[in-house]
Design a protein around this ligand. Structure first.
Ligand code: PLP
Length: 357
């Protein structure tokens, strides 16, 4: 089975599992897990920040970031496709009393032009605009990578407007590798940064929130409140350390494979794929309506042992990752071509996930 539905389907390699097996552990809630402590120090140093807090999931570390930066009654600004606004179950409202204002942004990347004029005036009628959330790389907007200058411009504008900055860096290292800038330069644009280990980095679970020592002190209490403080979590932190040491540079292979897939798909009649708009490991493409729907193509591909996620209507997303080889990508393109040639409009897919309706 070639599984391109998401970069979350990656499984830990034997070497990663060995690192987990060998991990020294302790009670992390007592700050006595040496492996978690090491991971937090390591990632804070990589990003040039004072401190970090290990979290269970990217949703949790994002929500911790929102809680740290905002008060109930505050508002955050985010691109209309942002995960925080769409795929986190209304978390800002429930966990922080924060409203979400979604702003349409080209390629899902907010610019100063998009944001200018958006903060509400200081008047008792309004909620307080407090936080700008960016996503890098973008997810459903198209896997795009912010240029460093754009991050810096938005960050400077936010500071001038007394707004905090949070980065949803679920695919932070994909952005660093594809964008050609440093983790510290990108992180310098933000008060808090959330990073997932369970996507392209190949870990079974885990995320981290990074920021100032003062903010991370609060984030630790928030994590506890959100039910995310763990005990011998060095078992999973060891996987994250392994990934930082071994799986960052190889992300370029995933990006190369994504480019190859987009190029092969673009050569198929009825498939609209855009190699020039494929900037990281996410390949988005559209199927012409005469052929059938994305859900139907996903069903036909499944019969050929290839999984690709339907994103609603005609749109599909294929994520390349550590468990997908160049050969897998070539086979995937062949499978799509075969489905198109044979026809797939009669197919039905069961249990196809959140994006497919
Ligand atoms: C996957 C993802 C997250 C976090 O998701 P979890 O499933 O909670 O780990 C956050 N933001 C973006 C953009 C993502 O793609």
């Amino acid at each position: 089975m070639i599984d391109l539905r998401s970069d979350t389907v990656t499984k830990p390699t034997s070497a990663m599992k060995q690192a987990m097996f060998d991990a020294e552990v302790g009670d992390d809630m007592m700050r006595e897990d040496p492996t978690v402590n090491r991971l937090e120090t390591m990632i804070a140093e990589m990003l040039g920040k004072e401190a970090a807090v290990f979290a269970c999931s990217g949703t949790q570390s994002n929500q911790m970031g929102i809680r740290v930066n905002c008060m109930p009654g505050d508002e955050l600004l985010i691109n209309h496709t942002g995960h925080i606004g769409i795929f986190e179950a209304g978390g800002p409202a429930v966990l922080s009393g924060v409203t979400v204002r979604q702003i349409n942004a080209a390629k899902g990347m907010l610019s100063v032009d998009d944001l200018a004029g958006q903060p509400r005036v200081a008047d008792q009628h309004y909620c307080r605009t407090r936080l700008v959330c960016l996503e890098n790389t973008t997810n459903i907007a198209g896997g795009f990578v912010y240029p460093l200058e754009q991050l810096q411009q938005v960050s400077g504008w936010s500071r001038d407007n007394d707004l905090k900055m949070h980065l949803d860096g679920a695919r932070f290292f994909n952005a660093i590798v594809a964008g050609g800038y440093s983790a510290a330069d990108a992180a310098a644009c933000f008060d808090t940064v959330s990073i997932c280990f369970s996507k392209g980095l190949g870990c079974p679970m885990g995320s981290v929130l990074v920021g100032t020592a003062e903010d991370m002190h609060l984030a630790r209490r928030v994590r506890k409140m959100f039910g995310g403080a763990l005990r011998q979590s060095g078992i999973v932190a060891a996987a994250a350390i392994y990934a930082l040491e071994n799986n960052v540079d190889r992300l370029q292979q995933d990006h190369d494979n994504a480019q190859l897939l987009a190029t092969r798909l673009a050569a198929i009649d009825g498939i609209d794929a855009r190699p020039d708009a494929t900037e990281s490991n996410l390949v988005f493409f559209e199927i012409s309506a005469e052929l059938g729907t994305a859900v139907q193509l996903a069903a036909a591909l499944k019969e050929r042992d290839v999984r690709i996620g339907p994103m609603g209507g005609q749109r599909m997303r294929a994520a390349t990752h550590i468990d997908v080889s160049k050969q897998d990508v070539l086979s995937t393109a062949d499978a799509v071509r075969a489905c198109v040639e044979k026809g797939f409009a009669n197919q039905e897919l069961v249990g196809s996930g959140p994006y497919s309706k």
